[in-house]
Design a protein around this ligand. Structure first.
Ligand code: S3P
Length: 432
C-alpha cells in the first residue's frame, strides 16, 4: 500500500491519538503475571501490541477484547504461565521480543521467540548478555539476532547491571527477569530512558526503588491485577504536532497525551527550535503523568540538538529530521547512533527520503546534519518503518508538489487510523 499526499493545510482542531505502545505492551505482560483481573482501557490496537497479546495467550493467559481499546486479562500470577505449543511470533516488535525474553528467561519451560524479517535482523546481545549473567541460557543466531531459544528451568540470581546502552527495553528485560531471580536485581543507565515498566510494577503493587540513578527490584513480588488506563502516545502525537507546526495558522489541541518526563525530549527540542507548544492540564492517570498538548503553527529555526535529550526523544528523530528540514538554518543531530538499529536504519532511511524530496542531509555514523530547505514533490520509500512513513507524510503536506510514499502498511504498528486522523484535520492523503 502507498500513500499519495497532495500539499494541504491543517485546520484548527481538538483531537486524540491512539494509546501508548510501550504502556500497552507492558499492560499485557504485567497483567498476565499479576494475580486476578486487569481491565485495560485506552489500549493501542496496533499490530505490535496484538503480537504481544497473542504471545501471552499462547502462554496460557485468557485475554479478552470487549472493544478495540479495551482488554481484559485474567492474570495467572507470577508462576502461572505455561509452555507455548509453538514458537512465539512477535512480528515487527523489538519491545515485545526484548521484554518477553526477560519474562521467559526464568520460566520452568523452554520458549522460542521469533519475528518478521526486520526483527530477525535486530541486535539481541544487549539482553542476552545481562540475562546470561543472571543464569539464563539463551541461544540466538551467530550474530546475536533472533530467533531466540530460551532454556527453561534455569534458576536466576539477581545482579547489578551497568547498562552500556541507554535502552528502556534492556532495562525492562533485566527488571522483568529480576522478578523471578533470587535476591535483588538492579540496573544503572547511561542516560534516563522511559520508565513505564517501573511505574506499572508499582501500580500493580510491587516495590521498585529508584535512587541515585540505580533502579532495583526484589525477586518474588506479589503483583495484583488492577485497572490500567493507558495514556495516548506522545510518539504518535508528535506527527500531529509536526504537521501543525509546519502548516499555516493551525491551532490544535491533542488530549490526554502520555507525559512521563522520560519521554518529553521532543517537546524540549521543538521548543528550542521555536515551536509554539504548551502543556495544559497536567494530571496523573494511575502512575502515568498525562497532559493536553496545545500546538500552533510556528516558524522553526535550526539548532544543535542537545545529545542529553536523545534518550528522552528516541522515537521522535524521524519527525525531528522533518522539522529540521522545514526550519531556517542548519540542525545538527549527534549521539543518535541507536537510530541505526530501530525498525529500519532511521538515519539512512530519513536521509534518503528527504534527499529525494530536495533536502540536503549529511550523515555520520551517529549523527546527521540537516539543512533547511523546501520539500519538492517526489516518490519515496519508507523502508517498511512506521515512523519513517508518518514523518515523510507530514513533510509531504508542505511539499511543492504531490509526494508518493511507498510501502506504508506498517503504519498500523503504532498508529492505526493515522490516515483518517490526519485527513480529519485537513491533510490530503489518498491510499493507492
Ligand atoms: C521502547 C523503548 C525504546 C523505543 C521503542 C519502545 C519500550 O527502545 O525505541 O519504540 O517500549 O521500552 P530502546 O529502549 O531499545 O531504545
Amino acid at each position: 500500500m502507498d500513500f499519495v499526499v497532495t500539499p494541504s493545510r491543517l485546520h484548527d482542531a481538538r483531537i486524540r491519538v491512539p494509546g501508548d505502545k510501550s504502556v500497552s505492551h507492558r499492560s499485557l505482560m504485567l497483567g498476565s503475571i499479576a494475580a486476578g483481573r486487569t481491565e485495560v482501557s485506552g489500549f493501542l490496537d496496533g499490530a505490535d501490541c496484538l503480537a504481544t497479546a497473542n504471545a501471552m495467550r499462547a502462554l496460557g493467559v485468557t485475554i479478552e477484547r470487549p472493544s478495540d481499546t479495551e482488554v481484559v486479562i485474567d492474570g495467572v500470577g507470577l508462576h502461572g504461565l505455561r509452555a507455548a505449543a509453538a514458537d512465539l511470533d512477535l512480528g515487527n516488535s523489538g519491545t515485545a521480543m526484548r521484554l518477553m525474553a526477560g519474562l521467559l528467561a526464568a520460566q520452568p519451560f523452554d520458549s522460542v521467540l521469533t519475528g518478521d524479517e526486520s526483527l530477525r535482523g535486530r541486535p539481541m546481545n544487549r539482553i542476552i548478555m545481562p540475562l546470561t549473567r543472571m543464569g539464563a541460557v539463551i541461544e540466538s543466531d551467530c550474530d546475536g539476532t533472533p530467533p531466540l531459544q530460551l532454556r527453561g528451568g534455569m534458576r536466576l540470581t539477581g545482579i547489578h547491571y551497568e547498562m552500556p546502552v541507554a535502552s528502556a527495553q534492556v532495562k525492562s528485560a533485566v527488571l522483568l527477569a529480576g522478578l523471578y531471580a533470587a535476591g535483588r536485581t538492579s540496573v544503572t543507565e547511561p542516560a534516563v530512558t522511559r520508565d513505564h515498566t517501573e511505574r506499572m510494577l508499582r501500580h500493580l503493587g510491587s516495590e521498585v526503588r529508584a535512587r541515585d540513578g540505580i533502579i532495583s527490584v526484589d525477586g518474588g513480588p506479589v503483583l495484583t491485577g488492577r485497572p490500567i488506563e493507558v495514556p495516548t502516545d506522545l510518539s504518535s502525537a508528535t506527527f500531529i504536532v509536526l504537521g501543525t507546526l509546519l502548516s499555516e495558522r493551525a491551532d490544535i489541541l491533542i488530549e490526554k497525551v502520555g507525559f512521563s518526563p522520560t519521554r518529553t525530549g521532543v517537546i524540549d527540542i521543538l521548543q528550542g527550535m521555536g515551536a509554539d507548544l504548551s502543556v495544559e492540564n497536567p494530571r496523573l492517570l494511575g502512575e502515568e503523568p498525562v497532559a493536553d498538548l496545545r500546538v500552533r503553527s510556528s516558524k522553526l529555526y535550526g539548532c544543535d540538538v542537545d545529545p542529553a535529550l536523545v534518550s528522552l526523544a528516541i522515537d521522535e528523530f524521524p519527525a525531528l529530521f522533518v522539522a529540521a528540514a522545514a526550519a531556517q538554518g542548519t540542525t545538527k543531530f549527534s549521539g543518535i547512533g541507536e537510530l541505526r538499529v530501530k525498525e529500519s536504519d532511521r538515519i539512512a532511511a530519513m536521509a534518503e527520503g528527504m534527499r529525494r524530496l530536495g533536502i540536503r542531509v549529511e550523515e555520520s555514523p551517529d549523527g546527521a546534519t540537516v539543512y533547511g530547505g523546501r520539500f519538492t514533490g517526489g516518490d519515496v520509500n519508507c523502508f517498511e518503518d512506521h515512523r519513517v512513513a508518518m514523518s515523510l507524510v507530514m513533510a509531504a503536506t508542505i511539499a511543492d508538489d504531490e509526494v508518493r510514499i511507498r510501502g506504508v502498511d506498517n503504519v498500523d504498528t503504532s498508529f492505526p487510523g493515522f490516515r483518517e486522523c490526519i485527513t480529519s484535520i485537513g491533510a490530503d492523503v489518498r491510499v493507492v
